[in-house]
Design a protein around this ligand. Structure first.
Ligand code: FMN
Length: 179
């Protein structure tokens, strides 16, 4: 059966919560695996039909080693490996031919900051295309209320609905409930 894979990076925990909510929505239609970038497979298996990736917007871009270090110093974030996150995973992974994909980011709820530029998810989409994936839907952006979170009200629900909508695009029939 076709599966979905959600791969995320999260420095302060918010993007992880969004990744889990997206997976919750996806699993109404297809089995889902969720992994942080550091633990995600370097070769995605052929039964993965949909890949969803996402992480935080950091200084108008995806998280990179120096900025992860900043977050650790300023916000006491726990980052096991400053040198490896979603960008580095997308730089090194191999995807099966014909895979669909979608990207999300988390970012500040501030119209002045980056909302017009769509930086983190835009780079994620560029890297996904470079890997040969087809974008199944436009990227989605989930808001935090301050630099160190929390998520704005309703964002996890919105992420769950987005996950379900993505799954409906690539797997039109719900998984039958047994019992
Ligand atoms: C070092 C640093 C730089 C940031 N730069 C931006 C930025 O340029 N634009 C923005 O919208 N949010 C910015 N933020 C806020 C992050 O987007 C927010 O912390 C993140 O989305 C939360 O996700 P996480 O909890 O999974 O790390 C920054 C946060 C940190 C720690």
């Amino acid at each position: 059966m076709a599966r979905a894979l959600v791969v995320y990076e999260s420095v302060l925990g918010d993007a992880k919560r969004i990744a889990m909510a997206v997976a919750h929505g996806l699993c109404t239609r297809m089995p889902v695996d969720v992994a942080c970038a550091r633990e995600a497979p370097t070769q995605v298996s052929a039964d993965v039909r949909l890949l969803v990736v996402g992480g935080p917007t950091h200084t108008l871009g995806m998280a990179r080693p120096a900025i992860r270090g900043d977050a650790v110093r300023r916000h006491l974030a726990v980052v096991p490996d400053l040198g490896f996150g979603l960008h580095e995973w997308l730089d090194s992974v191999t995807l099966p031919r014909g895979i669909d994909a979608a990207a999300f980011d988390t970012r500040l709820d501030s119209p002045a900051l980056g909302t017009a530029l769509d930086p983190a998810a835009r780079t994620e989409e560029t890297l996904l295309r470079r890997l040969g994936a087809t974008l199944a839907a436009p990227a989605e952006h989930f808001l935090v209320t301050d630099v160190a979170g929390p998520l704005a009200e309703g964002e996890e629900d919105r992420a769950r609905r987005w996950g379900q909508a993505l799954a409906e695009l690539v797997a039109p029939h719900p998984i039958p409930v047994r019992g």
